[in-house]
Design a protein around this ligand. Structure first.
Ligand SMILES: Cc1cc2nc3c(=O)[nH]c(=O)nc-3n(C[C@H](O)[C@H](O)[C@H](O)COP(=O)(O)OP(=O)(O)OC[C@H]3O[C@@H](n4cnc5c(N)ncnc54)[C@H](O)[C@@H]3O)c2cc1C
Length: 296
C-alpha cells in the first residue's frame, strides 16, 4: 500500500500534521513512540500553550492522545532509519521493513548537544541509531549502546540476547528522572562519557578518558534522529532542516516542521508548523493528481 502522507515523529508537530491530514481524508501513517514524545512527558509545568495553562507535560500528552484516538490515528512504533526520495514516491526504511508514501513530513524533533566524535563518520560502518532494526547483524559480536533515553535500556537488553558482549553507556542528564537503570545481568554498564568512536574502515573501539573498549558495533539511541542523516540530500542550516514559509524542504514532496525546522523550540509553534506542513502536503498531492490526469 502506498500512503498519501508518511509522518515521521509523534511530538506536537507530527501529531498536529496527522490530525490535519486525517481531517482532509488522506491515507496517513504516523511513526513515533508510545508515549508520543519524551520532551512532552518530562515537562513539569507548561504555561505557554494557548488555552491550556498550568498543565503538566503528562496532562498535555493525555489530551493529545485522546485527540488522535478520536480520529482513529494510531502510532506505528517502527523507528525510521532512512527516507529515500524515489522520484514520485518516498521509501521509508526501518530495518528490513519498508513503507511507501507519496509525501513525507519530517517531525523528528531535535537532539540537544553535539554528536560524539566519530559518530557521523562511522554511521552505517558500525554505528547505527536503531538496535532492534539492525540486531541480526551483531549476532555473537561485541556491541556498545550509548543511551540518551529510557528506551535505550530496552534496546540494550534486547541486543544482549544475541551479542557476545554488551556494554551500556547511559548519557542521561537528569539523574532524577532516570535514576533506575533496568539493565539485564551480564551487561557491563560504563558510567563515563565516551570521547570518541574509533576504527579504520569499520568501527572497532570506543574510547574514554582512561580506557578503550573493543567493539564491532555501536548504537547511539537518542530521541531524535538527525534529519540530514535520515534523508539523504536534505538541505540544512546547522542542526535544522532548511524550510520555506510553507514548510517545504529542498526535496519536492518532503516537508519538515517543529523543532527540527528551527527555533523557538516550543509546543505551540511545533503544532502550528505541523498544520502548515500537512495542508501543503495535501496541496502537493492535489497537484500530483492533476498532473497525472493530464498525462493520461
Ligand atoms: C524539560 C523540557 C521542558 C519543556 N517545556 C516547554 C514548555 O513549557 N513550553 C514549550 O512550548 N516547550 C517546552 N519544551 C520544548 C518542547 O518540548 C519542544 O519544543 C517540542 O516537544 C517539539 O515538538 P516536536 O514535535 O518538534 O518534537 P518532539 O516533541 O521532540 O517529538 C519528536 C518525536 O519524533 C520521534 N522520532 C524522532 N526520530 C524518529 C524516527 N527516526 N522514527 C520514528 N520516530 C522518530 C521521537 O521519538 C519523538 O516522539 C520543553 C522541553 C523540555 C526538554
Amino acid at each position: 500500500m502506498i500512503y498519501d502522507i508518511a509522518i515521521v515523529g509523534s511530538g506536537p508537530a507530527g501529531l498536529s500534521a496527522a490530525i490535519n491530514a486525517k481531517i482532509r481524508n488522506k491515507k496517513i501513517v504516523l511513526f513515533g513512540t508510545e508515549n508520543l514524545s519524551n520532551k512532552l512527558t518530562v515537562a513539569p509545568s507548561i504555561d505557554n500553550y494557548l488555552g491550556f495553562f498550568d498543565i503538566s507535560g503528562e496532562e498535555l500528552k493525555d489530551k493529545f492522545q485522546k485527540h488522535i484516538e478520536s480520529l482513529d490515528i494510531e502510532i506505528n512504533t517502527n523507528k525510521i532509519t532512512n527516507v529515500y526520495a524515489m522520484g514520485d514516491y518516498f521509501a521509508l526504511m526501518s530495518g528490513e521493513n519498508m513503507f511507501e508514501a507519496k509525501t513525507v513530513i519530517i517531525a523528528t524533533g531535535i537532539q540537544y548537544g553535539k554528536p560524539i566524535k566519530g559518530e557521523e563518520e562511522f554511521l552505517g560502518k558500525g554505528v547505527g541509531y536503531c538496535a532492534t532494526c539492525d540486531a541480526p547483524l551483531y549476532k555473537g559480536k561485541r556491541v556498545a549502546i550509548i543511551g540518551y533515553n529510557k528506551e535505550s535500556e530496552e534496546e540494550a537488553n534486547f541486543l544482549n540476547e544475541i551479542a557476545s558482549k554488551t556494554y551500556f553507556i547511559p548519557m542521561y542528564k537528569n539523574e532524577g528522572l532516570y535514576r533506575s537503570v533496568n539493565i539485564d545481568e551480564g551487561i557491563e554498564i560504563i558510567k563515563e562519557k565516551p570521547l570518541e568512536i574509533k576504527g579504520s574502515k569499520l568501527v572497532d573501539k570506543v574510547s574514554f578518558k582512561h580506557k578503550n573498549i573493543d567493539v564491532d558495533g555501536v548504537f547511539v539511541i537518542k530521541d531524535s534522529s538527525s534529519p540530514k542523516t535520515l534523508v539523504p540530500g536534505l538541505e540544512s542550516h546547522g542542526a535544522h532542516v532548511k524550510v520555506d514559509i510553507n514548510m517545504n524542504t529542498n526535496i519536492p514532496g518532503c516537508f519538515a516542521c517543529g523543532d527540527c525546522a528551527g527555533k523557538p523550540y516550543s509546543y505551540i509553534k511545533s503544532a502550528g508548523q505541523g498544520q502548515i506542513a500537512a495542508l501543503n502536503a495535501v496541496a502537493y498531492l492535489e497537484k500530483l493528481k492533476k498532473n497525472n490526469t493530464k498525462t493520461e
